[in-house]
Design a protein around this ligand. Sequence first.
Ligand code: NAP
Length: 277
Amino acid sequence: MTDMRIPLAGVIGSPIAHSRSPRLHRHWLKTYGIEGHYIPMDVGRDDLEQVLRTLPKAGFVGVNVTIPHKETVLALADQVTDRATLIGAANTLIFRADGKIHADNTDGYGFIENLRNGAADWDPTSGPAVVLGAGGAARAVVASLIDAGVPEILLTNRTRVRSEQLRDDFGQRVRVIDWVQAGNVIEEGKLVVNTTSLGMIGKPELRVPLDGLVRGTVVTDLVYAPLKTRLLQVAEDAGCHTVDGLGMLLHQAVPGFERWFGTRPDVDNATRAAALR
Ligand code: NAP
């Protein structure tokens, strides 16, 4: 009678107490009257495999995965989507009825959906995107920008070799720019994205010169704590169209919730409020 079980999902990481995902998924479960639960699980590296093998037996239909397990889970999954392979990380696991673990990465989907909702006039094909940072999140962003048809990505990162690795993985549409030159290429972007952790509460400020920002440019920050980063404030003052990073977090959660609980949830103001509570 396994189909009579209440579906369980959750998020695995370490640490996990700060995660907003439980608030978000619980809001959707309540909104749609779905009997199910979403649980934060603090799991260390040594226990990850055993936990992943056990959860399906306990009624779990899948989990989100966050730091430090996003890369490791690829080797533990039975099936990995092409985009998760290309990005080199997964954030959403589906525990299939046949016992197999399916791994996907929905960060790029969340990023593009957030832009489409927050900057409906943005045309990906209209010109280059300037991407600051070349970490894990940048890989998902670059993959999704290429998919969306952005003609050129000007990629700049403190550690140049990481940007060069991205260019090698994603191809010649990626042009590597020295970190010290970042301020000089900002004006070329129809879209400017911060994927570094700079500007986040507790981290140093993003100090890339921003005087090249052109009125009308779409500017977005993956950092969502604070919601209005210095980058977004300066961009707003320069007449740019700004999109904060919270929407990416909300949209990346949609495919997992739909697969686990059978309802595609809306991302609306109530969802934002629930995640911020
Ligand atoms: P990551 O893999 O650790 O990458 C961190 C990035 O920040 C790298 O490019 C790193 O450059 C750069 N950086 C860190 N400290 C720096 C400094 N002092 N000066 C210059 N560059 C610095 O982390 P991630 O997973 O990509 O996440 C990056 C940010 O995106 C985090 O704030 C995360 O919370 C946010 N994020 C948001 C969402 C969302 O849904 N909104 C989703 C994913 C991630 P180096 O390579 O030189 O170290």
